[in-house]
Ligand binder design. Sequence first.
Ligand SMILES: Cc1cc2nc3c(=O)[nH]c(=O)nc-3n(C[C@H](O)[C@H](O)[C@H](O)COP(=O)(O)OP(=O)(O)OC[C@H]3O[C@@H](n4cnc5c(N)ncnc54)[C@H](O)[C@@H]3O)c2cc1C
Length: 500
Amino acid sequence: MGTTVIDLLVIGGGINGVGIARDAAGRGLSVTLVEQGDLASATSSWSSKLIHGGLRYLEQYEFRLVREALQEREVLLRLAPHIIRPLMFVLPYDASMRPLWMIRAGLWLYDHIGGTITLPRSKTLSFPHMEFSAGLRPDIRAGFVYSDCRVDDSRLTVLNAVSARGKGATILTRTRFEGARREEGAWRVTLAPRSGAPMEVRARAIVNAAGPWVVDVLGHIEGERIRDRVRLVKGSHIIVPKVHSQGHALILQNTDKRVVFVIPYEHDFSLIGTTDVAVSRVEEAARITAEETEYLLAAANRFLAKPLRAADIVHSYAGVRPLYDDGSDNPSEITRDYVIKVDHDHKTVPLLTVFGGKITTYRRLAEEALEHLAPFFANLKAPWTATEELPGGDVGHFNAYRDAMHSRYPGLGRELVEGVVRRHGTRTPTILGDARRPEALGRGFGAGLTQREIEFLVTDEWAETAEDVLWRRTKCGLHMTREQADAVADFMKQGTGTAA
Ligand SMILES: Cc1cc2nc3c(=O)[nH]c(=O)nc-3n(C[C@H](O)[C@H](O)[C@H](O)COP(=O)(O)OP(=O)(O)OC[C@H]3O[C@@H](n4cnc5c(N)ncnc54)[C@H](O)[C@@H]3O)c2cc1C
């Protein structure tokens, strides 16, 4: 890279970093993004995987956030219908909860605050109901149903990076930002690739989108004056065999007034989360604790007809939310909204720092970041990301496209084709080519994952390890036996010539 001066260096390959990199590259800036691990290897794969307004934030008067998030829900559904799908949420009612009138009023507001919506509006339910009382205790007599969406969070991140690259951005994974200082009207930045020697780049502007490490990164930037901080709040999830056979999620109010989601996940499973536990370091959130597991099981079992036990858990994950420190004592009440701060040197050489945010609002956050950067770049093009689909997202009607792919590839089996279409949308033929039989796609590793797709993930999507492939580019790891997962790891080491 030498000493050429690029316009923008983005630190962090989570959803906010890649969203900003994509937006900026599309507006004509030269952009390099560095991510110390894999794309979406932190908060952006630890989420509840919802594109939602956040019904409960209404109670905290977070109207700006809810309005923007609901508007974004509509936008993102259009941009990536292969990885973002509508989802109905059933809220079973019992007398210990918030009063009925309050829930009705909240849902009315939720239906209307974001303006025009294409998803079904909320309804009051009486149970038993043909569809919506599935899995619930028979003594629950009433409830509500409303709409939101689910997302494959790590694929959303990767697809933004693919699009950013398509617009000219350079994406460097496994490359750590080490430090920066202002020098002769630009940033001089030191980067450390995991393999290879440290390197220096010069950049006109820096974006710090390091999520939970945002303050740590500030500590490596000479002369920065940003004093805002993040609060780390741990959130854990458990995955169990699906608790009912219908397509909707449950939103369950717990005795402490928090809500826990039970979300249909990867066809055969339910994803249950989350918790809110204040921690002081990211490392404290590596694993779910026994208390959190009990908390989630108890919250679900208050409403489920068939109680869950710890032995039912097939997988779990935990992570931290890097929330903007607004001074709240209760971790559940700290704002989920984002805050952007810009530090500059006499109106040049800006450092833009992102605090907080949701997956749901990443695209708007990126637009706002670019508004902040506009004064530093004279020829910045207009906002554009609200209308251009993410890679593979130009499917038109998703179900019709999926059916067309099943007809085009009848010999490959439904599981394989379904998985590829859900992950890659209209890029499906790039992977499946003219294959008529699964053998034409090289080795089959189980769960619909083939050698051809892994090679695509390596060459096109920066996958380097088995974990990148099995848990972030796909969720095949959840459906595989230990032996099958080991075979992928061996293949990654030997077959593709990359590290596992
Ligand atoms: C439990 C939980 C549930 C959630 N549920 C939802 C939900 O359902 N819906 C929703 O919209 N949002 C949800 N969120 C919030 C959402 O996940 C986050 O707001 C979002 O992922 C933050 O993205 P980010 O890019 O800011 O951070 P990250 O994804 O953490 O990205 C930051 C990146 O910076 C990299 N980095 C750090 N330091 C360096 C360095 N020195 N050099 C190079 N790279 C570096 C890290 O490796 C990391 O990948 C949830 C969060 C949690 C934890």
